[in-house]
Design a binder for this molecule. Structure first.
Ligand code: FNR
Length: 368
């Protein structure tokens, strides 16, 4: 269908399922075990209701903000996902162009199918890119990768910590597309074990907090931890001087029945407020299951003036890129932006500073 026929983010998923080869579809869409976390990531947002404010002049609304000091037209970003070329030969470069043209930040995966040089070269002038780091057992390689990310103008390093070993992704294993001899999985790949395992066999399963401190010392860039799933670990990351965390269960692809990140967020922010040592400017990011403008605004509302919240989306951009390339990515962003602006009007908030916990009712969140 023409791009103009696409109404929402779900439409891209439906299309991707129909057009992608089974291996690519399985790799992108799968979750772990029974995919309970993957589903709950999304459903948890549906257990939060708004408390809209009426009779506010909403003729002008502005969803722009800053994330880690970089301007963005909206409070969401494209999060790191591996292997964009499986769905579209334009790969991560076409995602870079689509996001950049819409004023949206892109987080680039260590397991991207384009080189970091290529993706940096595809960056639209003035756009922001962050780098997601999988820590290699070979620390020298990790050091070099961080230096390369710095030299190529990445503005932050997100260390992913929720994958010391791969989750049980059965759909992916069944499709066995890693056996395809035409697929370049890189030199470290182990074939015959499902795409995920083949890709990620180098990740250091020994990684601990001391290593994080050491890696933090390798760069002047802000370092954040991606894959935090409990409040205690947010504290830990804050204590060792990280600039923030990403609350994430890897889109439900790692430990099944790990909590929906929005529940962790709702629990964490009031506790963080009480932490006096919290570094000013500590930011919380959240990803998993975000598919609507309302989801985005709920997450942002759960932050406060001490803890700012930014929202990541993964699969929606793989799907829109697979179906329409750069233009699809732009369309996905525009749809979400339109939803955010419409929802802000109906909610009675003109800019994101006005949004706070008072606009959401979380009572059903844990009882659902
Ligand atoms: C991911 N994710 C991920 N995370 C990461 O830190 N490095 C990576 O290379 C990847 N690769 C990856 C591939 C695919 C196909 C998916 C679906 C996900 C996890 C990703 O960053 C993010 O946490 C989730 O995708 C968020 O959930 P949604 O928005 O996809 O529901």
């Amino acid at each position: 269908p023409p791009l103009s026929a696409i109404q929402n983010i779900h439409d891209f998923e439906y299309l991707a399922k129909n057009i992608l080869p089974i291996g690519a579809w399985s790799y992108y869409s799968c979750g772990a075990d029974d995919e309970i976390s993957m589903r709950e990531n999304h459903y948890a947002y549906q257990r939060i209701f708004f408390r809209p404010r009426v009779c506010v002049d909403v003729s002008e609304v502005d969803p722009s903000t800053e994330l880690l000091g970089s301007k963005t037209s909206v409070p969401f970003y494209v999060t790191a996902t591996a292997m964009a070329k499986l769905g579209n030969p334009g790969g991560e470069c076409s995602i870079a162009r689509g996001a950049g043209k819409e004023g949206v930040i892109q987080m680039i995966s260590t397991l991207s199918s384009n080189s970091l040089e290529e993706i940096a070269a595809a960056r639209i002038p003035g756009a922001t890119q962050w780098f997601q780091l999988y820590v290699n057992e070979d620390r020298e390689m990790t050091h070099e990768l961080i230096q390369k990310a710095e030299e190529l103008g990445m503005k932050a390093i997100f260390i992913t910590v929720d994958a010391p070993t791969l989750g049980n992704r059965e759909k992916d294993r069944r499709s066995k597309f890693s056996d395809d001899p035409n697929l370049d999985l890189g030199k470290d790949a182990q074939r015959g074990s499902g795409a995920s395992r083949a890709l990620s066999s180098f990740i250091d399963c020994h990684l601990n907090w001391d290593d994080i401190i050491e890696i933090k010392g390798m760069t002047k860039l802000p370092v954040l931890i991606k894959g935090i799933q409990r409040v205690e670990d947010i504290f830990k990351a804050a204590e060792i001087g990280c600039s923030g965390v990403v609350l994430s269960n890897h889109g439900g692809r790692q430990l099944d029945t790990s909590p929906p990140p929005v529940e962790v967020l709702a629990e964490a922010v009031p506790l963080l407020q009480k932490m006096d040592k919290l570094k000013p400017g500590f930011e919380i990011f959240i990803d998993g299951g975000v598919r609507r403008g309302t989801d985005i605004l709920k997450a942002v509302a759960l932050g406060d003036n001490k803890v700012k919240v930014g929202v990541g989306l993964g699969r929606p951009f793989l799907y829109s890129n697979s179906a329409y390339g750069e233009e699809g990515v732009r369309k996905a962003i525009q749809l979400l932006k339109d939803e955010v602006e419409l929802d802000m009007r109906l909610l009675g908030v003109r800019n994101l500073n006005e949004l706070n916990r008072n606009f959401v009712d979380t009572r059903r969140l844990w009882s659902g």
